[in-house]
Write a protein that binds this ligand. Structure first.
Ligand SMILES: [Zn+2]
Length: 406
């Protein structure tokens, strides 16, 4: 990739954007040991090709985020951020029709790879949109930052969660960030203005030990059972609320008991037992109220029952980005001009956006992928070349609208 040639070269006789997309897909940034170094190397060359200054920000000794900057004519204005995570989730290769890291292109233009939807296309679309605008002689008023993050797929602790606390983040003076969404099998784009917060709840019950042939009172299991029952009753009521009121998954609390722990032997009543739950809490539900319920259920169960949240999950400020103001209205104008219906809702799972929103930066999640089945984290993840290129055009228009002409 010669740095002097802004147009790049595409040996595969396909649009350069598609070639770069496929190259990026071939880098195995897959958990549990993502090749971030490979991704950083690729992005360094890429930034050089498109003539964008690049910053590599170490988050841990082995994990670095990448930031590209397209300088605007008025850097005093709040900047536009375009973020994407570099990492992808693991694969079960035997269940794939093609090597998930070969980025095979089928005769109909479908490109099959892990990350084909979630979310490598966006990172490349951002850069390609900039390439097109630069080639056309257009330049922005606001600074445009293209951000490539680490570890989103495992909770963002060594990623966006740390990055929003850095000096670099403050320096960037972001006014609005665009992040990932979910593909729409029908026409139009899904857009997310909020998301549910993951609460990974650990309930621990302790109690007297003894031979399991007796009625040992207040055993750990009896107490834990009380809390589990209450939580599962709550699960049922939320499921009912969703169905009765025809709500989206993003609007209710989902809850699953995912891990059970404790016990050593059949005939020994254990001193402690644990149950772990994956709970997803929408921003429309009061954190205090829900924590209060959990506290009450643990208290009712008896002495020696406690609860905690794993890692950085649990109750935290979880904002909604307002669907008003210049940024949102800009997105709406672009969609209208492109005859693209927008379907706003609350994201059912978690993305990097929650850290941006809780840092006071509005963030909208939108993957420009329509008429495509949602294959996030699934086998045979793919994206059609034409849909990918439509996404590049989407960001060309988005940047023109949101970053302002200089
Ligand atoms: Zn993702």
């Amino acid at each position: 990739m010669p740095s002097s040639d802004l147009n790049g070269t595409s040996p595969a006789a396909e649009p350069i954007a598609v070639t770069r997309y496929r190259e990026y897909l071939r880098i195995k940034t897959v958990h549990p040991e993502p090749d971030y170094e490979g991704a950083v190397q690729f992005l360094r060359k890429y930034a050089d090709e498109v003539q964008l200054p690049i910053d590599v920000i170490p988050i841990t000794p082995k994990k670095s985020m990448v930031i590209m900057k397209w300088e605007g004519s008025d850097s005093s204005k709040p900047a536009l951020g375009l973020t994407s995570h570099m990492d992808v989730v693991p694969v079960f290769p035997a269940l794939w029709s093609h090597d998930p890291f070969a980025a095979t292109k089928l005769p109909n233009g479908d490109i099959v790879a892990r990350g084909a939807q979630d979310m490598k296309p966006l990172g490349v679309q951002y850069v390609e949109a900039i390439r097109r605008l630069k080639t056309a002689g257009w330049s922005p008023k606001r600074n445009v930052w293209v951000i490539f993050t680490t570890d989103e797929e495992i909770g963002s602790l060594d990623g966006m969660a740390k990055f929003v606390q850095t000096e670099k983040f403050r320096e960037m003076n972001l006014g609005c960030v665009l992040d990932e969404g979910i593909p729409n099998p029908n026409e139009g784009y899904n857009v997310y203005y909020g998301e549910r917060a993951p609460w990974w709840l650990i309930v621990t019950a302790t109690g007297p030990v003894g031979h399991a042939s007796q009625f040992i009172p207040d055993s750990a299991g009896v107490k834990l059972n009380h809390v589990i029952s209450k939580l599962l009753e709550f699960r049922k009521s939320e499921e009912k609320r969703m169905k009765t009121n025809k709500l989206g998954l993003g609007e209710v609390v989902s809850l699953n008991w995912t891990i059970a722990g404790g016990g050593v032997q059949f005939n020994v009543v254990p001193a402690s037992m644990t149950a772990k739950f994956d709970i997803r809490v929408p921003p429309t539900v009061s954190n205090e109220e829900l924590v209060g319920r959990i506290r009450t259920w643990c208290k009712e169960a008896g002495d020696g029952v406690s609860f905690a949240f794993d890692g950085i999950t649990g109750p935290r400020e979880n904002g909604l980005s307002k669907m008003e103001g210049e940024w949102w209205e800009g997105i709406e104008r672009v969609a209208k001009r492109r005859n693209m219906p927008l379907y706003p809702s609350i994201f059912p799972a978690a993305t990097d956006s929650r850290f941006l929103r809780s840092s006071g930066v509005p963030s909208f999640g939108l993957s420009p992928i329509q008429k495509t089945p949602n294959l996030l984290h699934d086998h045979n993840e793919y994206l059609n070349e034409a849909t990918f290129l439509e996404g590049v055009e989407w960001y060309v228009d988005v940047m023109k609208e949101l970053a302002g002409s200089s």
